[in-house]
Ligand binder design. Sequence first.
Ligand SMILES: Nc1ncnc2c1ncn2[C@@H]1O[C@H](COP(=O)(O)OP(=O)(O)OP(=O)(O)O)[C@@H](O)[C@H]1O
Ligand SMILES: [Mg+2]
Length: 308
Amino acid sequence: MTATATPTGPLSSPTHATHVAHLEPVLTARHVSIEYEVDPPVRAVDDVSLTLHRGEILGLAGESGCGKTTLAYGLNRLLKPPAILRSGEVTFHDANGSDTDVVSLTGDALRAFRWDKVSMVFQGAMNSLNPVISVRKQLGDVLTTHRPQMGRKERDARSAELLELVGVDPGRLDSFAHELSGGMRQRVMIAMAMALNPQVMIMDEPTTALDVVVQRGILREIMRLRERFNFAVVFITHDLPLLLEISDRIAVMRTGRIVELDTSASIYARAQHPYTRQLLNSFPSLTGDRGSFVRTGVSQDAPDQEAS
Ligand SMILES: Nc1ncnc2c1ncn2[C@@H]1O[C@H](COP(=O)(O)OP(=O)(O)OP(=O)(O)O)[C@@H](O)[C@H]1O
Ligand SMILES: [Mg+2]
């Protein structure tokens, strides 16, 4: 096995090159570096280049503090001081054929890009639903802001449809956050991120705080929705074995850099970077049932029972 890598780029297998050769890009990051301007400055993302393809699930793995959330914010133009994009380009390749230079977006164009084209489920999102506003109002607010031409009836219908899509009874529209379980709240956050039919959804640890049964239910939902709507997903977690199950490809991040980027099958069968192997070995579940669900590139259904 020969590794293919530029001096500073991630390790990838020849299989990876074949895998991506015919895929259409939807979001491209080139040489992105992000710093927190504190004393001393922290280079949280260091020369990251990454292509997300239409409809794919790209897992982003790496230990706490390696820069996953910072990179996600950079891709979605959500960085706030003291974070600053030091260098690099981010390009969104719209399904309508146009390319958008994400870094130079401002004002209305930036607002129209976020949520509409690329949406995000934030880390810890299930605790960020507004406690004093009903689910109906929170979903409705996204639609009012981005689809001002929509009437109230249409908004309500769309909100109910969104809840149904993520497996929450639309009867919950008038519920408040404290009346929902953690899993339901997280599903509502996913519904919100899906509200405008984005082409890319960035999900930052969307299931980490949930118990394993609820987590698997949500993962299956995300995979089903992806099949149906063909949005691409950047799925962020430190749980590499989980990514092996749900991702088409995986990027392994360490101290601000992507050290390995490959298909899930290649990472599972022959991870090249010692750090990736270390991450794999730190999860004993990999050799059990979960390992058998590694995506192989061949169409494979997720198991249908809640827990496995
Ligand atoms: N506001 C900030 N000011 C200074 N440094 C920061 C700030 N936010 C994050 N960092 C630093 O940037 C680095 C990357 O942080 P980031 O939150 O992106 O990591 P992460 O991979 O998402 O971690 P986790 O898995 O814990 O969510 C860390 O070293 C962190 O300490
Ligand atoms: Mg994070």
